[in-house]
Design a protein around this ligand. Sequence first.
Ligand SMILES: [Zn+2]
Length: 279
Amino acid sequence: MPWFKRQSGELDATGEKKVRTEGLWVKCEHCRQIIWKKDLDANLHVCTKCQHHFPMGAKLRLELLLDGSYVEHDADMSSTDPLKFTGTKVYATQLKDAQRKLGMKDAVLTAEGFLNGQPLVCCAMEFQFIGGSMGAVVGEKVTRAIELAMEKRLPLVIVSASSGARMMEGTISLMQLAKVSAALARMDEVRLPFISVLTDPTTGGVTASYAMLGDINIAEPGALIGFAGPRVIEQTIRQKLPKGFQTSEFLLEHGFLDAVVHRKDLKAYISSALDFFLA
Ligand SMILES: [Zn+2]
């Protein structure tokens, strides 16, 4: 007599269990509580117990910030893999996998829409797409979004989530830092507002270019924001880093950010900031 007996019909033809419970519950990495996924979704992907902000995809982000429908721009722009790069993985395969999985061609969505009735251009980065890294496509799409904003005299909001420059595109990815920054400088000259929203995580070349160039720079609570990682810094300066280093709250305290805003207040905050700038 076996201790455990498999019910007949529990396995389907592929040998996989039919009873699926995975995906219904999520463990919060901050408070380690188990949350019902539906509750998490209904709460804008913020932990219902400790307010930890879970990462949010680019599409959801645009839905959160924009009123109803919006027009996406340059949706078909895709990397040409200029270096035919192969590292631990083949870059071309990595691109194809990410494109299939996420239904987008690269790591940023650029859109024209309305935020509480105010027309604007809004970009949202997708961290799940090769770490939200910035290659030629992200740089070009963001630059075009800035140029569109200037052409139509609209304000710009960029929501960042990125590991930095896309190393598989080598120096071409680094050139994007300068290109986007130059476009933002032109936008500044024609006196149009740019609000930068930093989310978890925003690091590397994106922090070193547009994410910190906003007329105001705001972040979600508890987000990791920095240039190099803490271990690299500790090894370089041979000092122990303070607690909470590279979090939104630490950066706000040290003057690198203008505000830390809860996700549920983000739209209202951006709306009133735009009212202020455009008055
Ligand atoms: Zn939690």
